[in-house]
Design a protein around this ligand. Structure first.
Ligand SMILES: NC(=O)c1ccc[n+]([C@@H]2O[C@H](COP(=O)([O-])OP(=O)(O)OC[C@H]3O[C@@H](n4cnc5c(N)ncnc54)[C@H](O)[C@@H]3O)[C@@H](O)[C@H]2O)c1
Length: 346
């Protein structure tokens, strides 16, 4: 192995952090040098398991390590801004998991810190790097759908799958994961699943300037389900929103941790004045349009690969290419989520 490999650290070694660890270990262009997690016993076991050199329990200590070039921030969302800004200020490049931050103010502070430090900040909106999404984006850019005036974007889970309050480490130890259900920890479905589908819609729409956002954030099922398990739930479990853009386009967004529907659905329905598209979980991408007088449906062959955010982050840093996900895009998504919460009266 050459010394020119990118030296990376992962902050937060929970469900998502383990995904980043696996991706960096598998990437020959980088060396996984350090892990950080407040669970001291776990972070040491994880370090041994993956062969990293250092284990920290404090993100400031990891960021102060001179040997590290870049970090992944895979912490509960409430910690994204402070951990990312600390790393950027210490001269590290950062791949921060989605959502960028609990609100647009913190997201903007992260984007500003990246500019001030002159370091790369990428947000882990992995869904828009999917081959079918990138294919659809190319169809839109080629004008196949004409003027896209509406995107309906949703991620709904059926009743019975509210986020569990605990999870197991790979070694079987149990840890608290109730932060997804707690408002003070930036939990809630609009922030969690909603951020993914708002990002997808904004990407397909070309990140237009926002004119107005309204929404409703409901807390319907979580508190009673949590009480039965002896835990708490005070975040939103089903949220809806509507955004109107300066260019005349609009977006309908819906996200649910559990509601009375048949099955989980991730949906992006795109409406243009020359064609439409539907991306729905479990089904191939469909394109709708006219051929002469006939109304036609196509199931195109997807010729674009799905890109891993971690591999892309490493590639950007080692090849000097621009990232496919810009910090200001994360800020724009956070502004819409802010609008849904603010206008819902919650
Ligand atoms: N891109 C995706 O599809 C996707 C999927 C799941 C989660 N996520 C995002 O990844 C992030 C992490 O989610 P997760 O599911 O891995 O959560 P998790 O609860 O499984 O893991 C969080 C880890 O952070 C550790 N931790 C908590 N506070 C800490 C602190 N102050 N300092 C250091 N370590 C600390 C915990 O011990 C835990 O190991 C969230 O922002 C979430 O939204 C993204």
């Amino acid at each position: 192995m050459s010394d020119s490999r990118l030296r990376v650290g992962v902050i937060g070694v929970g469900a998502m952090g383990l995904g980043h660890v696996a991706a960096y270990r598998a990437n020959p262009r980088c060396e996984l040098l350090a892990l950080c997690d407040t669970d001291a016993a776990w972070v040491e076991r994880a370090r041994e398991e993956c062969g990293a050199r250092y284990a920290f329990t404090d993100w400031e200590a990891l960021s102060a390590c001179d040997e590290i070039d870049a970090v992944s921030v895979c912490l509960p969302t409430v910690f994204h801004a402070p951990a990312t800004i600390a790393a950027l200020d210490a001269g590290k490049h950062v791949l921060c998991e989605k959502p960028m931050a609990p609100n647009a103010k913190q997201a903007q502070a992260m984007a500003d810190a990246a500019s001030a430090a002159g370091k790369l900040l990428m947000i882990g909106y992995n869904q828009r790097l999917g081959g079918d999404v990138r294919f659809l984006k190319r169809c839109i850019e080629e004008g196949q759908l004409g003027d896209v005036y509406l995107v309906h974007t949703a991620w709904r889970r059926a009743m019975g799958v509210l986020p569990p309050p605990t999870a197991n480490r790979p070694d079987g130890a149990t840890y608290n994961r109730n932060w997804f259900n707690e408002r003070a920890m930036a939990g809630g479905v609009c922030t969690d699943l909603g951020s993914h589908v708002v990002d997808l819609a904004m990407y397909l729409l070309g990140f237009p300037a926002v004119k107005e956002v309204v929404g409703c954030a409901y807390t319907k099922f979580g508190p009673s389900a949590a009480a039965r398990q002896g835990t708490t739930f005070d975040a939103d479990d089903h949220s809806v929103g509507f955004a109107r853009f300066a260019n005349g386009a609009s977006m309908i967004v819906e996200a649910s941790f559990g509601c009375y529907i048949e099955r989980e659905v991730i949906l992006q329905a795109v409406y243009g004045d020359r064609g439409g598209a539907r991306r729905e979980s479990g089904q191939p991408l469909k394109l709708f349009g006219q051929q002469g007088d006939a109304y036609v449906t196509r199931t195109p062959e997807i010729d674009m690969p799905t890109i891993s955010p971690m591999d892309h982050f490493v590639e950007c840093l080692t090849e000097g290419i621009p990232p496919l996900i810009e910090p200001e895009e994360g800020v724009a998504v956070a502004r819409i989520l802010d609008g849904i919460y603010r206008n819902s009266g919650t």
